[in-house]
Design a protein around this ligand. Sequence first.
Ligand SMILES: [Fe+2]
Ligand SMILES: [Fe+2]
Length: 289
Amino acid sequence: MNQSIPQLPKTRQVLRGISELPTLPTVMYRMMEALNTPDLSLKKIASIVLEDPAIASKILKLANSSYYGFQGEVRSIEHAIVLLGTEAVRSLALGSSVFNTIRCPADMSAVDTAGLWTHFLAVAVCSKEIASRSQICEADVAFTAGLIHDIGVLALLCLYPSEYCQIMEEAEAGEAPFLQLEMQAFGLNHQDAGAYLASCWRLPEILQSSILHHHGHESIEKGKLEGTIYLADKICRSTHIGWAFTSTDVEILPDEIIRLGASSEQLDEVRCFVQEGREFICEFLDNIG
Ligand SMILES: [Fe+2]
Ligand SMILES: [Fe+2]
């Protein structure tokens, strides 16, 4: 667990709450294990996915969405693995499992849930684009990391709906920065909460690290994936795709792009791609939940 989290009584209570949230479906662990086993046959991976028909059908729906360009063509899980690759299929399985496991309270009228979900998806798409255009890191891993980078928001929203809604409203009204408001209320922020949840779920360390550092300027030094998620999150918030977590403008500093190893031309291309991709982000959103 993250040693930097202060152990205040409230913080301990929050961490206990997080550790008691439901765990991911068993099939997800079997799949993560299988994908780390060299030379595992496509048939074997497909058979593991098919142990959970709900996840399998969600993967098929997502694989057939316009984002991947195979609308209606993906007929089976094996076919999805061939067309999309194992990492992309794992990403879709993990994304749908995470968002089905952490269910927010029914009465969320005070929160722009559509905006929130759009942000998660847009950061996933944007991270993948940065990774594939600049080859900074593996594109499908970047998609997964982008998709789940804010799971701490969902965890805190689930555990403390009224307090957290108030924090979101205050941040949007510009009363104080979002992370500061979270720290004041819980003694930790959603990066800490998300990374702790990811460690409870035994997600790969690289995903835990990208969750923990996605708002820190130092993330660029932490690693290529962490820096990619940091930049993607800023791009989406600065272009107002989905909820922005702030009322003030989000600025991307030129040295951040350079230090990550990308170019400003690539950044502009990614920005255009994500802006033009609002339609498939919405379609993806309809299918994943
Ligand atoms: Fe965040
Ligand atoms: Fe974010």
